[in-house]
Design a binder for this molecule. Sequence first.
Ligand code: CUK
Ligand code: CUA
Ligand code: CA
Length: 639
Amino acid sequence: MSQDKQVKPAAEAGIGRRRFINSAALVGVAGLAACTDKPTSAFAPAASAPAAGGKSGDNATHLKPGELDTYYGLWSGGHTGDMRVLGLPSGREIHRIPCFVPDALVGWGITNESKKVMGTKADGSLRYTVGDSHHTHASYKDGNYDGRYAWINDKINSRIARIRLDYFVCDKITELPNVQGFHGIFPDKRDPVDEKINYTTRVFCGGEFSIPLPNTATEDASKYRSLFSCVDAESMEVRWQVQIDGNCDLVATSYDGKLAAVNQYNTEMGAKYEDMMSAERDACLFFNVARIEAAVKAGKFKTIAGSKVPVVDGTHEANKDPKTALTAYVSVPKNPHGVNASPDGKYFICAGKLSPTGTVIELAKVLDWFEGKLEKLDSVIVAEVELGLGPLHTAFDGRGNAYTTLFLDSQVVKWNVEAAIKFHKGDKSAKYVVDRLDVHYQPGHINASQSETKAADGKYLAVGCKFSKDRFLPVGPLHPENEQLVDISGEKMVLLADHPVRGEPHDFIIFKRDLVRPKQVYTLDEFPLAIKDPKESGVFRNGRKVTVKLTSQAPAFSMREFKLKKGDEVTLILTNLDKIEDLTHGFAIPNHNVNFIVNPLETASVTFVADKVGVFWCYCTHFCHALHLEMRTRMIVEA
Ligand code: CUK
Ligand code: CUA
Ligand code: CA
């Protein structure tokens, strides 16, 4: 970082720097947390920064009270397994959408409806209560977001969740069979064959960890394999998988729908990090989507024990002939991390991580190779240029510039892709590095407004800094992450703001607010169990199984008390008949582990055993009315 002049950008520092990162990168990574350099005041948030959109002189991130943000941001929640919704440029967190982990506010993992989405064991308890979400992406139409869905991964349990962007709720979760460490995720941007399908119908998922297939206690790691999975965007079923050599990390897709790619850092198929970084080069692995689907249709697949999903062979051995190949392994420098698609549709950029380089791959040439028109696969690489230390992820401004995070340098480097290609071709006068900006500290993901769409608008850049160190008031040993916002509307990047976030978002997308049309009131028809009239309320007994039907209308529940017998297995269904926007009620039962909310015209249900005799005041937990505290009903459990 430039406040510590000992560390120069790699492009200036030359070959010695490259050697350093090849041999000592992991030592460098391990030492980061102990880094003690203090930022100077020059790096404090720029109060007088020019605002994106041309309003110079005031801070673009400060919205006046009542003023709305112009962009939505969808952030992954990391270990909290949720998706977070931010407004930008203010950076205000507006919402959290629970997916993989129970959430006490809405009763996620408590209500029967949410448990069904999350998945349960035979005894009705949740299959998993932990998650680890990294990547979030949304559905496309005509190369831009269409506001239908977003998806998010759970690395721990290899689950993919879908979020409906009309209600901003998770409606489906699928567990990928025979995959461990499901990491990268990216929807396709259109169909590779059918002209009419110009929107997302598939979501691609990369398996990062290799395992024995089927999973046995095999110790020889060279026998482990990874799978690349395709999930149907509508049904959320796994359509097919590809067995590959090496592993998958991040995923990118092309605008023509023909190609998907993953960066591979463990082509060595090592089980220890020393083994995983033993080769000088790894790969960016391309998938020919139409050919894979044709192979599946033609029955050229196997299945792996315990799963019916077709698995095609994407290994080196089976894909030597370009004209029939399903996959192409493009050699890129050591342990690459991100792979990102440029908004002009021409390139994928693979960041070096353990190499200080960014690799630019021309997609037209990859397609030529698959047609047998390109002799050497290596010639799909049109640039491999030095960017700085520890390049990870890349964003774009739609004006030909790429922005790559440099984890070890704690910088963002802005570079011009066409200039980098010229430089690589031999024109050493081509200055491809446009600007460098210190960020605080050790950035991972980066994304610009509309970056991964054809409508990249080059206004804002968000940088997910993994370490915040001294940027916020200390709160004990656990520091927040620092999400920094940068104005990229001009030639120079301008740091606008720091936003603390709870650990640990990895990835995020930022898009214009008019691309989604959220509904703020449900309709009763969305819910098969809806109680449409308070008169349908009551206690309905079928032996020990009891159904309690209840509605809410501020400030009362439809029954002021209801009676049960000790030992009853109770299913309580609650419909909120208030139809006014923002009028949410809660429902809590003391000592029964029940608390959930119902939004306007929403229905939710819970099942529990009334195992204690007594009076239990069920009360509204969500402030709704002047008589909110009085909004209660008595559950009377008799012996
Ligand atoms: S990974 Cu976290 S910084 Cu899971 Cu996308 Cu690169
Ligand atoms: Cu209903 Cu508070
Ligand atoms: Ca490697």
